[in-house]
Design a protein around this ligand. Structure first.
Ligand code: FAD
Length: 419
């Protein structure tokens, strides 16, 4: 791979090459086009901009939309350390709760799993919306990074060549713009163009469907427990997760094709009490402010690199929120890719970019395996007698052995960064 010759202190930001070509489109040049303003794209764009590597961030939605899209909450400690290392975790470190334990409610009893004590590490709980807002503020408002929101008709060309081209249409005028670049970082999620490009160019996608749905709920109610609570019940799995002092996330296992309209507030709270409530551990109710059904399915797209296109986050791998791993994996990819671009531009070394896909995929498969294990245990008791028996055996082993709990805890916390 040719070295672009950029050095520390070199010109930063996209360089304007020429405007309005043939009266229909403008052409600019930058080092990296980042597609998608989710956690992966925003973490990457921040680090690139800090390192003086020019980039343009393209996002199909408006800024307001991406800042308000509620999703994750659990962030692993290594990911927060990585954010903090780039000055991106100031508010998170100030405001996020730290979680070190969860409770399993199973066969009418409460069991505390203190994974903080077992591993010396903890989770941070900080809504994805807040992290996205902070990453946008730091990249766009404070650093003056280049970003275009609401873009239409994004197209990728020449990814196998030395001069990839990204084109898109202005949302207001419809004018097509062209960006010539060295690399494209495809952080555009499960429905973006990067995934489609990879699939049309030899990418192999492996899918897994758990055959269950989760009714994802946000309740305007204070948390009813200090820890995450997993209710493992023959009526189906349920979970309680604190988000803020006023808002709590709940999940209820349901059929993947269930109709959300059938889940009235009364029915939701009845099921939550049945699956999670125990004497002395009642739930505090409140209005439901989000209610949607998520199919529990995963995919992995291999490899994660296609010439000058590198996928990061959900464009390459979807992981159902069973083990709270998706955003963590997205951040892992983003930091690794930022380092790989850094060593390409500052040291002329392409080895990290060449190895990027393999290194990411090792962690992706570890997290997929963990998610499968969690799914078997959490959903097993409501399934057929055989998987229910296996789930019970696994749970008793986990609860009865410190060694088993430690092995589990290291995966749950994402402790080993070098799988
Ligand atoms: C209910 C729920 C709870 C979750 N809880 C957790 C949790 O606790 N912990 C955890 O780690 N993970 C969790 N996750 C997963 C986590 O939210 C995702 O893994 C994470 O958002 C992935 O980040 P990303 O940047 O890869 O993709 P996204 O966040 O999906 O961002 C991709 C962006 O690309 C944009 N885009 C799409 N097409 C284009 C295009 N052609 N050009 C430019 N931009 C485009 C999209 O609009 C989007 O803004 C949860 C998910 C859900 C649904």
């Amino acid at each position: 791979m040719a070295h672009s010759g950029l050095r520390q202190g070199a010109e930063t930001g996209p360089r304007k090459r020429s405007a309005i070509l043939g009266g229909v489109s403008s052409l600019i040049h930058t080092q990296v086009v980042v597609l998608g303003a989710g956690p992966a794209g925003l973490a990457l764009a921040n680090v690139l901009w800090q390192r003086g590597i020019g980039c343009v961030l393209l996002e199909t939605e408006t800024r307001e939309f991406v800042e308000a899209r509620p999703r994750a909450g659990f962030i692993e400690e290594w990911a927060v350390r990585a954010l903090d290392g780039h000055g991106l975790a100031e508010r998170l470190l100030r405001e996020a709760q730290r979680h070190t334990a969860f409770e399993l409610r199973f066969e009418g009893a409460r069991h505390l799993v203190d994974y903080g004590e077992l591993t010396g590490h903890h989770h941070y709980v900080f809504p994805q919306t807040e992290l996205v807002k902070d990453l946008l503020r730091s990249y766009v408002d404070e650093a003056g990074g280049e970003a275009r929101f609401g873009v239409r008709g994004v197209r990728l060309d020449g990814m196998a060549s030395a001069r990839p081209l990204v084109t898109y249409a202005d949302p207001v005028t419809g004018e097509r713009h062209r960006i010539e670049c060295d690399f494209v970082a495809g952080c555009d999620g499960a429905r973006g163009v990067s995934r489609a490009y990879a699939l049309a160019n030899g990418g192999v996608r492996s899918d897994h469907d758990y055959g269950v749905g989760w009714l994802a709920l946000l309740a305007e109610a204070p948390p009813s427990a200090e820890t995450v609570v997993f209710g493992i019940h023959e009526r189906g799995f349920a979970a309680h997760m604190a988000r803020t002092a006023e808002v709590t996330r709940y999940y209820l296992q349901c059929a993947p094709d269930d109709d959300v309209a059938g889940w009235t507030e009364a029915r939701v709270w009845w099921e939550l009490h049945a699956r999670l409530g125990l004497p002395g551990a009642e739930l505090t109710e409140g209005p439901l402010i989000e209610k949607r059904i998520l199919g529990m399915h995963n995919y992995v797209l291999e490899p994660m690199s296609y010439g000058r296109l590198h996928l990061a986050g959900e464009s390459a791998h979807l992981i159902a929120p069973i083990g709270a791993k998706g955003m963590n994996l997205a951040l892992y990819d983003a930091f690794l890719l930022a380092d790989a671009y850094g060593s390409y531009y500052y040291h002329g070394a392409a080895a990290a970019l060449d190895g990027y896909s393999d290194v990411c995929l090792r962690r992706v498969w570890q997290y997929q395996e963990f998610s499968q294990w969690m799914s078997d245990v959490l959903h097993g008791p409501s399934a057929e007698p055989f998987p229910a028996g296996l789930a019970g055996a696994r749970l008793r082993r986990l609860l009865g052995s410190r060694t088993a709990q430690t092995a589990f805890a290291e995966l749950y916390i994402g402790k080993n960064a070098a799988y």
